[in-house]
Ligand binder design. Structure first.
Ligand code: DSN
Length: 426
């Protein structure tokens, strides 16, 4: 058969990009990846993401499109919707959001008018930009009021949520977070929302895999809308998802398209369907349980080595380490760890006296390492490696000596070698 034009493999067509992609494969393989919002998607998810579906336009919804050629795209999107509804027990699912931030903006577009009051967890307390933080569109176009955590135990202050809701009568209340290590009490949020006549929206981007795996309380029965990304603990492709009650289905669908987005990313829709299928399998429940067990075990190992954890520990997949006592910031620690092939991010802690770009905390998540098969007994070595690097950097004003860096990188490579990284070439 003659070869189609433009049909060369990446390595031949564009060796420069191919080299960088391969370098990232190797980096992900040889790094202790602890960024709480990241994971390793399966080979099947990566394959669907890299498929011919990227070539197709499909503005609209199944059976109501503005384009032809939908005999594959329609059943595919229907399959993704059906699996998402089954996975979360939701009345309606929209699988088209490009990611979590557009999903949150679509929720506001669907349920609020510009200028309406919304109430969400503030960014410095562990919330997300899109829950009304001042520099986000959600804080610019809406009258955003923010709740926080208690000063003494750094847990969400439900009394403050209730007081603010009574005073400001928000149209919508957000619950959800990007850096909060404890379980959310969706029933308590729902009670407050009901009392003040607000919609309740949960952003479960970080914990979707834990909810699907049955190790975090379920927001769906309590919320009008539930938004998520699909690529964090849920372990799918980079993308977003909205679940809602049937009464909001039309408003949500119209907000996503044509309100906010154009054509859905069909290759990502296919990969979402694959990920939802994976999460419906019994093995995913074990995965979710192991993520939480690993986070607890790493937290305990760090506490044994003298570290302070915000709230004292964790109920979910992440830890927020307060590095104040070490004398270096979270950002400096993250940079030193990164030099040594241990990847985490600097993160504000509640009431942080430092600036957001150079905060006091280090956020650490266990979703990715658990996907490689690491278990609680391996967390001692993860804690040892982290501790050695942080102490080394703290003694050198953040600096990392070359021979120390090379030694730790070698240890990390050896430590990870029995745990192949899913989806990556060896
Ligand atoms: N940036 C994501 C995270 O790291 O939590 C949230 O948007």
């Amino acid at each position: 058969m003659p070869q189609a034009p433009n049909d060369l493999p990446l390595a031949d067509k564009d060796p420069e990009v191919a080299r960088l992609v391969r370098a990232e494969d190797v980096r992900q393989r040889d790094t202790i990846r602890l960024i709480a919002s990241e994971n390793y998607a399966s080979r099947a998810v990566l394959e669907a993401t890299g498929s011919s579906l990227t070539n197709k336009y499909a503005e609209g919804y199944p059976r109501k499109r503005y384009y032809e050629g939908m005999e594959v795209i329609d059943p595919l999107e229907e399959l993704a919707i059906e699996r998402a509804k089954r996975l979360f027990g939701a009345e309606h699912a929209n699988v088209q959001p490009y990611s979590g931030s557009p999903a949150n903006l679509a929720t506001l577009l669907a349920l609020c008018d510009p200028g309406d009051t919304i109430l969400g967890l503030s960014l410095p307390a562990g919330g997300h930009l899109t829950h009304g933080w001042k520099v986000s569109a959600t804080g610019i176009y809406y009258n955003a009021v923010q709740y926080g955590v208690r000063k003494d135990d750094h847990r969400i202050d439900m009394d403050q949520v209730r007081d603010l809701a009574r005073t400001h009568r928000p149209k919508l209340i957000w619950c959800g977070h990007s850096a909060y290590p404890r379980i959310l009490d969706f029933a308590a949020f729902a009670e407050i929302a009901q009392e003040v006549g607000a919609y309740l929206a949960a952003d479960i981007a970080h914990i979707a895999g834990l909810v699907a795996g049955g190790v975090h309380p379920d927001p769906v029965p309590h919320c009008d809308v539930v938004t998520s990304t699909t690529h964090k603990t849920l372990r799918g492709p980079r993308g977003g998802l909205i679940l809602c009650r049937a009464e909001h289905a039309r408003a949500i669908d119209r907000a996503v398209f044509p309100g906010l987005q154009g054509g859905p990313h069909n290759h990502v829709t296919a990969a979402k369907a694959v990920a939802f299928g994976e999460a419906l399998a019994p093995a995913f429940r074990d995965y979710a349980r192991n993520v939480v067990a690993n986070a607890r075990a790493l937290g305990e190992a760090l506490v044994e080595r003298g570290y302070d954890l915000v709230t004292g520990g964790t109920d979910n997949h992440l830890l927020l380490v307060d590095l104040t006592k070490t004398g270096i910031s979270g950002r400096t620690a993250a940079k030193a760890l990164d030099a040594c092939a241990i990847e985490a991010n600097g993160n504000a802690i509640p009431f942080d006296p430092r600036k957001p770009f150079d905060p006091s905390g280090l956020r650490v998540g266990l979703a990715a390492l658990t996907s490689r098969g690491l278990a609680t007994e391996h967390m001692t070595e993860v804690a040892n490696l982290m501790d050695e690097v942080i102490r080394h950097a703290a003694a050198r004003e953040g600096g990392v000596e070359d021979d120390f860096r090379d030694r730790i990188r070698g240890r990390v490579r050896e430590f990870l070698s029995p745990f192949p990284a899913p989806g990556l070439p060896g």
